[in-house]
Design a protein around this ligand. Structure first.
Ligand code: LRH
Ligand code: MN
Ligand code: MN
Length: 386
């Protein structure tokens, strides 16, 4: 097995972007539970995100969602920097407007398409103010019934709309297209899979790449194969990490299937995607019943722990076993890395870098949670969509 000392440079360089919406209230269509201390505006979301970075050293940037985080962006940027973090990816939103009932970038009506394109232009303007590189687009578009929509025409209109948005990007900006196999549309979705996302971004150019949300696949999908292929094609732009038991659960990354997270990270390392400027690591999660800041701390630690295990994989021994056709040895080498408990090593290493050995404990002892619960009473709590 690779020695822990050999992987610490990679661990030190790791950065995971937090989603601003993880700090707001969210839920299911049945109920949104309010959580004491929930931020009332984007500034409080950034302050909470900064706590995650403060205790873990892992989360230097925060992604925004427009319009949920619309505010004075110059002030928000300054506020982030004062809190020791930066603003990151800007996520567009074309899924909460009545005009988009039958599509946005794919809509039959050019006026609706223009409205959706203009929204993306606004996002690009915001990116110039926030210093963000990536515009992430997830589209809720599709249909519920066979015959309802002309799938081919929608694909063509999607290309035209994306091209118009792409042409507006600055030199150092990227368009990142996320896919999702279903929901809210249940029969067909316009960008359902990595192949469609790849086909669309490949037709745009080098500044367009794919976002892989780990929760957006059918059960049983070999996600690490997709990771491998997109890295191989130079088109894996970012991850939205989370975990799922059933659909788009948005649960804590690594909670449902730690082994899958390990397998994904092995392919990331194998494909040169770890700590690469080309591949953004982001979380896309909601904390419906657990406290949000500790939920995010747990999440980034899960990614760090599984990254360490992936880095510990003895790739030399693995390769030798693969070449020799030694199936069981290859699998044993792989499993040895997965089964390694890296937590004591990481705790000691953190302490040596001036970070808390146990970031979760440090946060719970800091008094921050009690302070926000006492202070943020009254006012409207920010929610998923507000
Ligand atoms: C869609 C999605 C997408 C959105 C976020 C709130 O399910 O993953 O990334 O922007 O959730
Ligand atoms: Mn996502
Ligand atoms: Mn999702």
């Amino acid at each position: 097995m690779t020695a822990f000392e050999e992987i610490t440079d990679d661990l030190a360089a790791q950065a995971i972007e937090l989603p601003s919406w993880a700090f707001g209230n969210s839920g299911t269509r049945f109920k949104v539970f309010g959580t004491p201390g929930t931020p009332r505006d984007p500034f409080e979301k950034i302050a909470d995100a900064a706590q995650v970075h403060r205790h873990t050293g892992l989360a230097p940037t925060v992604a925004l969602h427009i319009p949920w985080d619309r505010c004075d962006f110059a002030a928000l940027r300054a506020h982030a920097e004062e809190n020791g973090v930066r603003l990151g990816t800007v996520n567009s939103n074309t899924f909460q407007d009545d005009d988009y009932k039958f599509g946005a970038l794919t809509h039959e009506d050019p006026a609706v398409r223009k409205k959706a394109i203009d929204h993306h232009f606004e996002c690009i303007d915001i990116m110039h103010q926030t210093g963000s590189r990536d515009l992430k687009i997830w589209l809720a578009e599709g249909s519920n019934y066979p015959g309802q929509a002309d799938m081919r025409g929608r694909q063509d209109r999607l290309h035209e709309s994306l091209r118009t948005v792409y042409e507006r990007l600055g030199d150092d900006q990227r368009l990142v297209l996320e896919y999702k196999f279903f929901e809210p549309a249940f029969y067909h979705t316009d960008v359902p899979d990595w192949g469609t996302s790849y086909a669309q971004v490949a037709a745009l150019g080098d500044k367009a790449v794919v976002c892989l949300d780990t929760g957006h696949h059918a059960p049983g999908t070999n996600i690490e194969f997709i990771v491998m292929q997109l890295l191989r094609l130079g088109k894996l732009g970012s991850f939205d990490f989370n975990s799922r038991f059933y659909a788009d659960d948005d649960l804590i990354v690594g909670a449902a299937d730690p082994f899958q997270l390990f397998r994904i990270l092995v392919e990331v390392v194998r494909g040169g995607g770890l700590n690469s400027p080309d591949v953004a690591f982001m979380l896309d999660q909601c904390h419906n019943v657990e406290k949000k800041i500790p939920g995010q701390i747990r999440s980034v630690l899960n990614v760090q722990e599984m990254t360490a295990r992936a880095l510990l994989l003895d790739t030399g021994a693995l390769r030798a076993a693969q070449v020799a056709g030694d199936v069981l040895e290859a699998n044993a080498v792989f499993m040895d890395a997965f089964q390694t408990d890296v937590r004591p090593m990481l705790a000691e290493w953190r302490a040596g870098r001036g970070l808390p050995a146990d970031p979760m404990r440090a946060y719970l002892d800091s008094g921050y949670q009690e302070a926000i619960e006492a202070e943020r009473v009254g006012g409207v709590q920010a929610g998923w969509g507000a």
